[in-house]
Design a protein around this ligand. Structure first.
Ligand SMILES: *[C@@H]1O[C@H](CO)[C@@H](O)[C@H](O)[C@H]1NC(C)=O
Ligand SMILES: *[C@@H]1O[C@H](CO)[C@@H](O)[C@H](O)[C@H]1NC(C)=O
Ligand SMILES: *[C@@H]1O[C@H](CO)[C@@H](O)[C@H](O)[C@H]1NC(C)=O
Ligand SMILES: *[C@@H]1O[C@H](CO)[C@@H](O)[C@H](O)[C@H]1NC(C)=O
Ligand SMILES: *[C@@H]1O[C@H](CO)[C@@H](O)[C@H](O)[C@H]1NC(C)=O
Ligand SMILES: *[C@@H]1O[C@H](CO)[C@@H](O)[C@H](O)[C@H]1NC(C)=O
Length: 405
């Protein structure tokens, strides 16, 4: 061997030794073994951060190894960030299995197209899962969120989810908040959320965007513990049994929508309902049995709709429990449908300050009207015409006459 060869031999061996020693941790502090993480950092305590990596396309095939003891590493990780990683398009079954202590997982603004079934199972400490802003994620497949046992928050906001397939959340029991706002969800199929048991708050839509056009009967079947549902801005009438089986629901927020009609028995099967916010939702038709079987409601907000008739058959059945029905800013007609109200004049009903009709009543206040002034008591029998007297005209005349004198 020449000196030159010896020199090279030494160089090679030492390099080999150095490589053996650094076998466990790469320069980015992620185990060398995980080649797919070479664009990520594992420096920050307990975090794998792949944010802004342009090359990561999938996760390691396995977080276990026969030849290396990776326990110390995998057990230490409690946070995983995949943010702004356009090359990620698929999350596979059990992709995270082995990261036993993972608590926070973010898959945000990625190229994600598909989540395979059971992608997040076997993560007993997963607390928060954020899958947000993935504009190519259009569908949630069956079982994609299965078997996540103690998760507190699943945020799915601002993806492009149109369809939620049956049992997408199978056996995922303890979710405090499920947020699906800002997705182009159009149809909530029957049993869409079946499998999700202990959701506290369900946010399906929040303003300004909510393209939901259809909510089927039993859409929320299985939500036994859900306390609040936020569905502001929907563009659909409320069909029978829409909220059926939400047995613990306290607040349904349906404000700022285009609802137009509430069908009979829309709220049947949610006997604990305490408050319904239906304000500013262009409601003009309420079926007679719309509010049947809600026995413990205390607040019904119908402010700012297009309701013309304050009908006894619709509203009186709520009288035992209700603290307030707000009908302010509705075009209420002061015709004979108001008679029952004038008999009670309960402060629990908030009517607008003035009547919107019939002709001749537009300047009167429903609260100052006497029963005898209602149009049905004002038929002019003289010429056998059911022509009603114009009370506004009469009042104006009286005022003018007083002024003249
Ligand atoms: C990703 O890794 C390659 C080498 O594997 C490197 O050239 C590139 O700069 C890295 N990019 C980022 C964003 O870290
Ligand atoms: C692997 O490492 C952990 C902690 O570093 C240790 O507790 C465990 O016994 C090791 N397992 C094996 C098979 O060497
Ligand atoms: C979404 O898919 C389209 C078409 O395949 C592609 O051009 C676009 O880059 C993708 N968007 C992201 C954020 O990956
Ligand atoms: C319902 O949602 C609207 C819009 O987010 C909000 O302004 C309103 O206060 C909510 N109503 C209730 C009763 O929480
Ligand atoms: C009825 O509503 C009141 C509050 O208004 C609440 O305290 C009570 O628990 C409710 N009862 C049932 C059976 O839901
Ligand atoms: C009043 O009109 C009704 C039909 O509108 C008619 O049957 C009745 O005979 C009329 N009575 C008088 C007194 O004109």
């Amino acid at each position: 061997m020449t000196q030159y060869q010896i020199f090279f031999f030494i160089l090679l061996t030492s390099n080999h030794i150095v490589r053996l020693q650094s076998d466990y941790r790469n320069h980015n502090n992620c185990p060398h073994l995980f080649k797919t993480l070479n664009n990520c950092t594992c420096v920050h305590p307990n975090t794998i951060d792949c944010s802004y990596s342009t090359t990561i396309s999938h996760l390691p095939r396995s977080w276990y190894s026969l030849n290396h003891n990776l326990t110390e590493f995998t057990q230490s990780i409690n946070r995983f960030d995949l943010v702004h990683t356009p090359s990620i398009t698929l999350i596979r079954t059990d992709d995270f299995q082995g990261l036993q202590n993972l608590r926070y997982l973010s898959i945000v603004n990625t190229g994600l197209i598909k989540i395979q079934p059971h992608a997040f199972r076997h993560l007993p400490y997963l607390y928060e899962l954020r899958i947000e802003g993935n504009r190519n994620l259009t569908e949630l497949n069956s079982f994609s969120f299965s078997d996540i046992e103690y998760i507190h928050r699943i945020s799915l906001i601002s993806n492009s989810i149109r369809v939620i397939n049956t049992e997408a959340f199978r056996y995922t029991h303890f979710v405090n908040i499920l947020d699906l706002s800002n997705n182009p969800l159009e149809v909530i199929h029957s049993y869409a959320f079946f499998g999700l048991k202990s959701v506290g708050t369900l946010i399906l839509c929040s303003l300004p965007i909510c393209p939901i056009k259809q909510i089927d009967a039993f859409a929320f079947f299985g939500f036994h513990t859900c306390d609040t549902i936020l569905l502001t801005g929907i563009h659909t009438s409320l069909r029978s049994l829409s909220f059926s089986h939400m047995t613990s629901i306290r607040l349904v927020n349906l404000s700022n929508g285009e609802i137009s009609r509430i069908h009979s028995h829309a709220f049947q099967g949610c006997e604990h309902i305490g408050e319904i916010d239906l304000s500013s939702s262009l409601i003009s038709n309420i079926d007679r049995n719309a509010f049947d079987e809600i026995n413990n409601i205390s607040l019904l907000n119908l402010n700012g709709n297009l309701i013309r008739l304050f009908e006894k058959s619709i509203f009186q059945r709520l009288i035992n429990s209700i603290k307030q029905i707000n009908l302010d800013n509705n075009p209420i007609q002061c015709d004979c449908t108001l008679e029952w109200y004038l008999e009670q004049r309960s402060s629990r009903f908030k009517l607008p300050d003035v009547c919107t009709g019939p002709i001749g009543y537009e300047c009167l206040s429903p609260n100052e009207l006497q029963q005898s002034q209602l149009p049905c008591y004002q038929i002019n029998i003289d010429n056998n015409q059911t022509k009603t007297k114009n009370l506004c005209e009469k009042r104006v005349k009286n005022l003018n006459w007083k002024q003249d004198v």
